[in-house]
Design a protein around this ligand. Structure first.
Ligand code: CUA
Length: 335
């Protein structure tokens, strides 16, 4: 087994051993019974006629019910581990991941950029928000037992909490072209104080939320959505992420990264109730990196009157970092 260095890893391993145990048990049981019957009921004379078998309801019930219960236990256990892995935990530090042929580009919510290297603190929950610039990649850290496809035009997220300082392999686990095998990197898990030092030593880069605000202004979003996302000719954006949006065709959705991206690139696809199809498309005008920055800016508008925050002081806890999850009220209307 690869080294186990995240909170989810022992749970994935336990499920894996359970599956292997069930498989081995039935493999040997069936092989054993088969061998036994082959010997016991072998043909002894050339014209031997076997006794007819009438069947047994009791036996059939047993061999249906037991496998059913085992299958359901695998389903229930597997679903539980899966949901824990894909549902973002509260109070995560967000890191943006962009895959491209053939490298991993990562950016911390405080602005630090990395390529093929990811520094994270031990014992803090990290949420990765991932997209691709070109083809399908897959972000795989065996020691953390996390793996998620990274898709162009969509945002998938996965979270982990590292439990041991060290350097761990990062792989691309989806064949993505000629240098797929070279699309590797490392995740460096550090003690929190050491990590904060590292972060402050690299603090010369602009936070995505700040870069996003500049784009928001230079692209003219501000003229319809308001300087602070308060809305106007366009829907309000403050507090948008995680909120239920009512569309003019009567449908509702919960605003997430994929919805925001679609609304920027193809604004007519989903019109918010009460607003006309007046927004121009920005398809081809914003790169995946810039989309992430705009999203980080919109996230920084979570609370009314909030300014996009400058990079949080290294050493601050996760809750002070822009882009950190807050609990949005599900009852709020986008209007
Ligand atoms: Cu990217 Cu394989």
């Amino acid at each position: 087994m690869p080294e186990s260095a995240s909170t989810i890893a022992p749970k994935v391993d336990a499920l894996y051993f359970y599956l292997s145990g069930v498989t081995l048990f039935f493999t040997f049981l069936i092989a054993g019974v088969l061998t036994f019957f082959v010997i016991k009921y072998r043909r002894r004379t050339p014209f031997e006629i076997p006794r007819p078998v009438a069947g047994s309801h009791k036996l059939e019930t047993i061999w249906s019910v037991i496998p059913f219960l085992i299958a359901m236990s695998i389903f229930a256990w597997g679903a539980q581990v899966y949901f824990e892995q894909v549902r973002p935990a509260a109070n995560t530090n967000e890191i943006y991941v962009v895959g491209k042929q053939w490298m991993w580009k990562l950016q911390h919510s405080t602005g630090q950029r990395e390529i093929n290297e990811l520094h994270v603190p031990v014992g803090r929950k990290i949420k990765l928000i991932m997209t691709s610039e070109d083809v399908i990649h897959s972000f795989y850290v065996p020691a953390f037992r996390i793996k998620s496809d990274v898709l162009p035009g969509r945002y998938l997220s996965i979270w982990f909490e590292a439990t041991k300082p060290g350097t761990y392999h990062l792989f691309c686990a989806e064949y993505c072209g000629m240098n797929h095998s070279g699309m590797i990197g490392s995740v460096i898990v550090m003690e929190p104080t050491e990590f904060d030092n590292w972060l402050s030593g690299n603090a010369n880069q602009q936070a995505p939320a700040v870069a996003g605000q500049q784009l928001y202004e230079s692209l003219g979003c501000v003229s319809c959505h308001g300087a602070k996302g308060e809305g106007g000719r366009g829907p309000a954006l403050a507090g948008l992420f995680g909120r239920t949006v009512f569309l003019n065709n009567g449908q509702t959705l919960v605003a997430d990264e994929s919805y925001v991206r679609e609304s920027i690139e193809n604004p007519q696809a989903k019109l918010v109730n009460g607003f006309g199809p007046i927004m121009p498309t920005f398809q081809g005008q914003v790169t995946p990196d810039q989309l992430i920055q705009i999203m980080a800016f919109i996230k920084s508008l979570q609370t009314p009157n909030a300014q996009p925050t400058a990079p949080a002081a290294p050493g601050a806890t996760g809750s002070a970092v822009p882009g950190t999850n807050s609990a949005p009220s599900p009852t709020q209307n986008i209007r």
